[in-house]
Structures are given as structure tokens and as C-alpha cells.
Ligand binder design. Structure first.
Ligand code: SF4
Length: 270
């Protein structure tokens, strides 16, 4: 029987089949989370609180309340033990980055509050075919119905770079979430995908046609078939090796990293 996949599991395979093997087949122990993941968790928790209050019919939390949730989540982990890859950055820099994301989001949040919050961290079961052979699970950061009646799948990003238009066009994650959530919606429902690039205070959106959605379903089934036929699990060395949980186990990754400067400040600035 096929395992239940997720967008991130398939992305791991696409980025580096060796990493996929270490994580999902060999199930090597993983070191604790890196600091970037911790920032993401803390920001998501604060926004979960914010929209949970709205969903419960209470007033929008103040900036101070939002930041208090962020700080509590941040402090609940021993930050000194988190991995920091980037040269020239420390935990305070990352702490401030997360605060910055929330401050600029909260300042411009009015537009996001328009509509009805239907779910937060909503788990969805995605079936790509009738037989249930191709299944994935996912979690929607926020599911809403906009004031124009269009359902909205919101996703928060704390990454340090903005997507190019073709990255938005090609994004598989929210297409899969739409495929999962459509089973709960009227056949005629329209669905919008909304990404919040919180570091930049930018919002991107798209609407897919049925044909485009089916194209994502077919492409995803094709990736799953590739995963299931894979036998070699080649190492694909790249900048992401710096953040790979298994780089200490990976001979190719170790050789690659020995010859690479640590990411962070430009070489000239060190
Ligand atoms: S260190 Fe690099 S090449 Fe090796 S498994 Fe990790 S991502 Fe792949």
C-alpha cells in the first residue's frame, strides 16, 4: 500500500532523492529544528491566535497581544540549541525578523479580516484519483470565505525572498489543498489562493481553472510514480545542503560543503 504523501515529502524527493531516502526510507534521526523553522512556527502560532479570535467572534487582537503570543512561543524553546547556518546572524536577528513579519502584517491586516474564517491549520485529505491510490494530506494555514463569496486558501511564508510570477503559477502546494478542500464545497464554488510573504508585507494570489487543477493532479500522480520506482536515490548537492538534516551522513554532501563558504554575509563583507 502506498504511503500517504504530502507536498513537502514530494518536494524533498524532487530537491534531492538522497535526502528523501535518509528521511523517509532509512528514517535516520533528525537533529532538532533549525532557527528558520522556529521563526516560522512562532509566526504561524501568533497568526493562528489572531484569526482564532476573529473566528470566535471576538475583536481583532491588538499588536501587543499578537506579539505576546509570539514571544511566549519563542521562549518556550531553548533557542540557544537551535541550528543557525547563516554566517553573521544570531538568534536575536531571527527573533526580530519574526516580530517584523507580524508587525507589518498586523498593520495591514484589515484587508485580510474581510470575510469569514472557516478554518485554521485545517487538515485536509487529498485524493487525486477515484480509487484512492494517490493520497496526500495537508494543512491549510487559514481557510476563509471572502466577502465576495470566493473561498480562500491562505498560506504564510517567512522566507527571505519573493516568488517570481512563474513560481506563483507553478505552485503545487495550494493547488493540492484546493483539490482536497473542493470535496467540501458546492460544485460551483470559486477558490482563490493567497500567499502572504510576511517578511516583505506582500500578498500574492491566483485562481486556477478546472483544467489547470487537473493538470496539477496529473503532474503530482506522476511524481508519486517516480518516487515509487526510484532505486538509486542520487545525491543532488546544492546550496540547501547547508540546511540538510542529514549532511553529516551524506558523503557527497560533506565533500560539497567542504568547498563551499557558509551562506550569510557576502564574502567581501566578512
Ligand atoms: S547533504 Fe545535500 S546531497 Fe546530501 S542528502 Fe542532503 S541535500 Fe542531498
Amino acid at each position: 500500500m502506498s504511503p500517504t504523501y504530502s507536498h513537502s515529502r514530494l518536494s524533498t524527493f524532487e530537491n534531492c532523492p538522497r535526502q528523501y531516502r535518509y528521511r523517509y526510507i532509512d528514517k535516520l534521526p533528525r537533529p532538532g529544528p533549525g532557527i528558520e523553522a522556529h521563526v516560522g512556527i512562532c509566526v504561524h502560532k501568533a497568526l493562528e491566535f489572531y484569526f482564532g479570535e476573529l473566528r470566535a467572534g471576538r475583536p481583532a487582537p491588538s499588536r501587543a497581544d499578537l506579539l505576546a503570543v509570539y514571544e511566549r512561543t519563542w521562549s518556550a524553546t531553548s533557542v540557544a540549541e537551535l541550528r543557525i547556518v547563516r554566517n553573521g546572524f544570531d538568534s536575536d536577528d531571527y527573533y526580530l525578523l519574526g516580530r517584523h513579519c507580524l508587525e507589518i502584517y498586523q498593520a495591514g491586516a484589515a484587508e485580510s479580516e474581510i470575510g469569514e474564517v472557516l478554518g485554521i491549520e485545517k487538515k485536509i485529505d487529498i485524493r487525486l484519483d477515484e480509487s484512492g491510490r494517490y493520497r496526500l494530506i495537508g494543512y491549510i494555514d487559514r481557510f476563509m470565505r471572502g466577502s465576495d463569496g470566493v473561498y480562500e486558501i491562505h498560506d504564510y511564508k517567512t522566507s527571505g525572498s519573493l516568488p517570481r510570477p512563474r513560481d506563483i503559477d507553478k505552485d503545487r502546494q495550494l493547488a493540492l489543498y484546493e483539490l482536497g478542500v473542493r470535496g467540501e464545497l458546492p460544485a460551483t464554488a470559486q477558490v482563490r489562493h493567497v500567499w502572504h510573504y510576511l517578511t516583505f508585507g506582500r500578498r500574492f494570489q491566483r485562481v486556477l481553472s478546472r483544467a489547470q487543477l487537473q493538470g496539477f493532479a496529473r503532474a503530482t500522480m506522476s511524481v508519486i510514480r517516480r518516487v515509487e520506482k526510484e532505486t538509486e536515490y542520487a545525491a543532488r548537492t546544492q546550496i540547501l545542503c547547508h540546511w540538510c538534516d542529514f549532511n553529516a551522513h551524506c558523503p557527497e554532501g560533506r565533500v560539497y560543503l567542504e568547498n563551499q563558504p557558509q551562506p550569510g554575509l557576502p564574502v567581501a563583507a566578512r
